[in-house]
Design a protein around this ligand. Sequence first.
Ligand SMILES: NC(=O)c1ccc[n+]([C@@H]2O[C@H](COP(=O)([O-])OP(=O)(O)OC[C@H]3O[C@@H](n4cnc5c(N)ncnc54)[C@H](O)[C@@H]3O)[C@@H](O)[C@H]2O)c1
Length: 666
Amino acid sequence: MNFQEQIKQGIPSILPEAKPYPVDANRAPKRKDILSVEEKQLAVRNALRYFSKEWHQELATEFAQELKDFGRIYMYRFKPSYHMQARSIADYPAKCQQAAAIMLMVENNLDPAVAQHPEELITYGGNGAVFQNWAQYILTMKYLSEMESDQTLHLYSGHPMGLFPSSEDAPRVVVTNGMMIPNYSQPDDWEKFNALGVTQYGQMTAGSFMYIGPQGIVHGTTITVMNAFRKVLNKNEKTQGKIFLTAGLGGMSGAQPKAGNIANCVTVCAEVNANAATKRHQQGWVDELIDNMVELIARVKEAQAAEEVVSIAYIGNIVDVWEAFYEQKIFIHLGSDQTSLHNPWSGGYYPVDISYEESNRLIREEPEVFKTKVQATLKRHADAINKHTARGTYFFDYGNAFLLEASRAGGDVMAENGIDFKYPSYVQDILGPMCFDYGFGPFRWVCASGKPEDLDKTDAIAASVLKKIMADSPEEIQQQMQDNITWIEDAKQNKLVVGSQARILYADAQGRMEIAKAFNDAINNSEIGPVVLGRDHHDVSGTDSPFRETSNIYDGSRFTADMAIHNVIGDSFRGATWVSIHNGGGVGWGEVTNGGFGMLLDGSEAAERRLKSMLLFDVNNGIARRSWARNSEANFAIKREMARTPKLKVTLANLVEDDILDNLSL
Ligand SMILES: NC(=O)c1ccc[n+]([C@@H]2O[C@H](COP(=O)([O-])OP(=O)(O)OC[C@H]3O[C@@H](n4cnc5c(N)ncnc54)[C@H](O)[C@@H]3O)[C@@H](O)[C@H]2O)c1
């Protein structure tokens, strides 16, 4: 059977042979054994719903074994034999182009070159799933192949509930991932209900089929590092030779040296795991590899003096670097940290003064001792940072819970009021006020033809649109516009494509709408094939997350999730091709509500109408909320948008003088 026939078949009519697990695959970690015997029975009963009775005996035994061995039922046997990758949109068996575009994006998120644990349908973040099992994938692709342009497929955490009649302007797919009754959203609830096969963790873009590989992280990190330097340097000072010290060369953190190079500084990135550091070096994501402190100090002094642009991986503990650089009086302009402190006790953060191997032994055999060592290291880490910041270093938390865990360990990181931290997070100080509040966020697109030359053409179109907009932009956003023009002009030479022909570009509402319109015109003129638009959920409006995306909301509403919910509902009736809303993503299950969309541009008038209506709302919903929270940059941006768009009328906040409040008797 060829690829198209396999897709159209859905659940096969003949039971496929059980296959051995591929030797070279990166298997997902074994999940917690959390179900009672009765619940395990229920999990198997649930899994068998997808198959006809005559297979039940054989599959029940197999699924029970999967549950025992891996903590989940993935239904490995049903993984299709064709290679998983984003094909050209024309290769998909579909009755409407929108459905074919969604199939392309689903496959891209399961491509072994893109996905972290492809056999377990996990795209990134350790647990960011596209589907819970292979039956869900097979059925979804079949439904998409049958879908007509007035039907909508509803996916409940990967499970295709079915195709429902709708209308041409409705989304073709509506996705929910991990939506829970709020009181059932503790981490162990995910373990239990995911093991039962009734919910999944979609992370941000995994469960919405919008992940495009490491490019997204590189761009976000570059924007952060460049803007952090702007906070500390004088207007005409160059970043060459200035030091950005940080840690971690893992999944996301591995983007730091590449971002540092694009931002033209000296990046020093410590990594305790020699394999991780060597891998990043071999991939060309970091320039130099050094494994002893004497050599590191000499090399960094040389790079500083010669005003070099270079990234250096130091194989060792970050705390040693902070301490040694203090002794050596090496001035650090920017400091941060991307060790995995959201997961401090199982290898996310390694203690100083003991070897990597010994740490791993302690994790397994003496977890309490390991915990004490981590906490002692965090205190030392905080002390060393404090000494540097006293000399003028700018330190920011990179959303990895460094300040939270350092405070829990008793580290000196609290502000004088005892409530806030001494140092800001990257969203509080940088991405929030400098990007999100103005509407700049991680807009992205995929060329559905699969042709690299289409991507080149879209890069050129986007650059020319942004240059035109910049000519009339107010002073407040000139810098952001210039950064994004530089990024898109250099994007090809930075070789960022993995998987589909995709591009990420920070842009505001006007930028996103005008770029999308120019793409649609180019498709209409047959200059390029169809384009899928989307964005990361880590954006202006899509995500309510009190310690990350909405951490610079100070009116108390950062613990609400209205914005993300309004966003997904609003996008869905304004023309999105698919929408998704998730519990969890980045900071953890129960800690964030985030959503996104996908939109196919096919060159039609309908696509033009939809892109204008939906992109305007998709960005300005969040700006309106940020403005209502009294963020001055958002207030500026929403007033500008209202002047441009007469039908937009947003409630504006009145500001109260402090002395009126100070004199209240409360
Ligand atoms: N990049 C972003 O845009 C972004 C945004 C928000 C949050 N984060 C956070 O950043 C963290 C890192 O993410 P990741 O995907 O890279 O995780 P990861 O686990 O793949 O990588 C972290 C690396 O840190 C290393 N490490 C641990 N302790 C160390 C120490 N003391 N000294 C030196 N190296 C040490 C580990 O060996 C590991 O390779 C996560 O907590 C993530 O949530 C990143």
